[in-house]
Ligand binder design. Structure first.
Ligand code: FAD
Length: 491
């Protein structure tokens, strides 16, 4: 853990400190001390530790209290009390966020959603699922699979992240290209404001033009204006046929040509187009020991997925796409999954990158949107800069172990990751704010899908102008005048 993760932050003295009376109150409200997992978790450091540290083990808080309410009514009572007492809180789902948003900075109370885990309803005719915020993404998808439907979001952390967390971060994931953003697929939600008001906007309608679409404010607001307790979401029918191809390419120019060809030739069945650079794939080989699917080594790899209703037709289209891009010299080598096992295995070359990086030590993560033509240039420029500063090299004496680029090519979304032996100010200063200036020059976004959290809060100005930030602050003050919701983060 870095001890200097928050050098510019001081605990806000306006917030109260948790007292024995508060703990007694919450125990009374939610359950007894014996119900460590189900009710109120206190004191026991072993239990409290995972709630205080994030998935990357980069950010660490010091909460002494984790509350696990079971429904919106309990959340309402908890928040009302916290608001009156000026006790700061952090909403927490699966704690897989990558910007330090889900863990406390100081002693904020964690309100964890894991006990709000019921599917409320599903209507096959409309495809609308209504579920509690604490339902795990994979559980929701499995439930839908049994009903021949699909959750319109998929990402590497699906086994742990909660759908409330997904909505609160407006997660993008692997199939945004096909199913769009949660701003489109979420039809309604239930949330609790800091004063305890339960916002019942759990509409299941696709069309509802009756006033401001206030639910959108909660999508991507990272727990700063309220706590989402349930979500209603439009789910598409599960594709009957899903195919995947994985191929190697010699240049980023060719990656762009392959993407253009995929859009043209696979159009209505294209469901993912992912980019991985050569270094990222070597890391997956090193950490898993798996044999790479292609014989040769290439600087770039792409994964193309199709989802449709006719396996033969889709496979024929994918085969002819691969033939054409190989025939045209765009793709150097490629492979098609022949069965479910190979399908999963090929996806692991993409989904396993984050995990492989985590074995190297720490990772500076930059999740950015840039116009497609410049997408990979950022990785090259960053590597050149770190090399010039003497931070990257071939042996163990250099602090940087790898500079890799991968991401959602179809969404112009790159993940630039700088893996280090340990987090250090020297490396951080070499990358920031240079990286944000680089993105600003190209009118990109400094956070495409992971959000702002504590990691990017100081840098919002690189992607949003003063007027926008002012409007955001006004909204925050309106919904959360005492500032108790996820303080020190976002804006
Ligand atoms: P948490 O991490 O618990 O919380 C995230 C933020 O939301 C915090 O600010 C928290 O306060 C707030 N929050 C959580 N629940 C609520 C609630 N009910 N109400 C209000 N606020 C709440 N993200 C992507 O977008 N695309 C990817 O492809 C992707 N891949 C990933 C792969 C891996 C291996 C990992 C570890 C992470 C990945 N992520 C990705 C990031 C992360 O999984 C997502 O941000 C996810 O949506 C977070 O969900 P969570 O339940 O873990 O939320």
């Amino acid at each position: 853990f870095t001890s200097d993760a928050y050098p510019n932050l001081k605990r806000n003295p306006n917030f109260a400190e948790i007292s024995a009376g508060d703990v007694a109150h919450f125990k009374e409200l939610l359950g007894s001390q014996s119900a460590v997992i189900d009710g109120v978790t206190t004191d026991a450091t072993d239990d409290i530790e995972p709630f205080n540290s994030d998935w990357m083990r980069k950010y660490r808080g010091h909460t002494r209290l984790v509350l696990k309410p079971k429904d919106a009514q309990e959340v309402s009572k908890v928040l009302k009390y916290c608001n009156e007492r000026k006790l700061a809180v952090v909403p927490q789902g699966g704690n897989t966020g990558l910007v330090g948003g889900s863990v406390p900075v100081f002693d904020e109370i964690v309100i964890n959603t894991s006990r709000m885990n019921q599917i409320r309803s599903f209507d096959a005719a409309s495809g609308v699922l209504v579920a509690d915020a604490g339902v795990i993404l994979e559980t929701a998808d499995q439930y839908l699979a049994e009903r021949e439907h699909l959750f319109p979001l998929d990402l590497g952390a699906k086994g742990s992240c909660h759908i409330g967390g997904n909505v609160s971060t407006n997660a993008g994931g692997l199939r945004l290209l096909r199913y769009g953003s949660l701003h489109g697929s979420v039809l309604g939600l239930e949330a609790v404001l800091p004063d305890g008001t339960i916002v019942d906007a759990l509409s299941t309608l696709r069309k509802n033009n009756t006033g401001y679409d206030l639910k959108q404010l909660f999508i991507g607001s990272e727990g700063t204006i309220g706590l989402v307790t349930a979500v209603s979401i439009q789910c598409p029918p599960r594709p009957k046929a899903v195919n995947v191809a994985y191929f190697g390419l010699e240049s980023f120019e060719q990656v762009q040509q392959a993407y253009l060809a995929a859009k043209g030739q696979l159009s209505e069945i294209l469901s993912a187009f992912e980019l991985m650079d050569g270094r990222s794939q070597k890391l997956v080989i090193e950490s898993t020991g798996n044999k790479h699917p292609l014989e040769g080594e290439y600087p770039f790899y792409c994964l193309v997925e199709t989802s449709g209703s006719n396996a033969e037709h889709d496979m024929a289209k994918l085969e002819s796409f691969l033939e054409s891009v190989m025939g045209d010299g765009i793709v150097a080598d490629g492979v098609l999954a022949q069965d479910e096992t190979q399908f999963q295995a090929l996806w692991r070359w993409r989904e396993g990158i984050t995990e492989s990086l985590s074995h190297l030590g720490g990772t500076y993560k930059y999740d950015v949107s840039i116009p497609l033509s410049d997408l990979y240039l950022l990785v090259e420029d960053c590597k050149a800069r770190l090399t010039e500063k003497g931070l990257v090299g071939d042996d163990d004496s250099f602090p940087v172990r790898a500079v890799v680029g991968y991401g959602h090519m179809g969404d112009s979304n790159l993940h630039l990751n700088v893996a280090v032996r340990q987090y250090s100010k020297e490396v951080e200063k070499a990358i920031e704010p240079w990286v944000y200036e680089w993105i600003q020059k190209r009118q990109g976004s400094i956070s495409a899908e992971h959000g702002l959290g504590v990691a990017k809060r100081e840098f919002i100005g690189y992607s949003q102008n003063e007027t926008m930030v002012k409007l955001m602050k006004q909204l925050k003050n309106l919904y959360d005048p005492n500032g108790i919701m996820n303080p020190y983060k976002y804006i």
